[in-house]
Design a protein around this ligand. Structure first.
Ligand SMILES: Cc1nc2c(=O)[nH]c(=O)nc-2n(C[C@H](O)[C@H](O)[C@H](O)CO)c1C
Length: 152
């Protein structure tokens, strides 16, 4: 399995490293190709290159949109780009964004960023290696980086 990791220097926590550590702890037969770019709007083409030129089977795109209105616009544009890249390549690109204003306290933001990166890495492992385990969690109110909310 070839897994692409793209992340940004704009992010205030190294989510790419956390994701890679989690992937390596949970699967052995994987090759990881990592590309780091300045910001979230650079992620879509990077993910597409990882799929088309580096033959990745799936990609994680990790980024941290800032708290300002212009950052939120950038995040929406990046998100739309990531969806387009998925449709163009027929491969999953897991968007792992942590918005800087999800937490007030920097220490809490750090914990959220690490946990979200790791839990999406676990999602990737389930999707690619254990799809039946993923199916078992359908409709169970899973959240990444925060406590699960549970089913209705
Ligand atoms: C305003 C802005 N906000 C963010 C952000 O919140 N998070 C982020 O990762 N990157 C941001 N960027 C940078 C752009 O995504 C991009 O890197 C540059 O426009 C260069 O293509 C910009 C320009």
């Amino acid at each position: 399995m070839r897994i692409g990791i793209c992340d940004t220097t704009f992010a205030r926590f190294d989510m790419g490293a956390a994701a890679i550590d989690e992937l390596k702890n949970n699967a052995t037969d994987l090759t990881i190709i990592r590309q780091t770019v300045p910001g979230v709007k650079d992620l879509p083409v990077t993910a597409k290159i990882l799929i088309e030129e580096e033959n990745c089977d799936i990609v994680m795109a990790l980024g941290m949109p800032g708290p300002m209105e212009k950052d939120k616009v950038c995040a929406h544009e990046a998100s739309t780009g990531l969806i387009n890249a998925q449709l163009m390549t027929n491969k999953h690109i897991l968007e792992v964004f942590v918005h800087e204003d999800e937490e007030d306290n920097p220490e809490d933001l750090k914990v959220l960023a690490e946990n979200r990166a790791r839990e999406h890495a676990q999602n990737l492992i389930k999707m690619m290696y254990h799809p039946k385990a993923m199916r078992k969690e359908a409709g169970t109110g899973v959240r990444e980086g925060k406590p699960n909310v549970g089913p209705l």
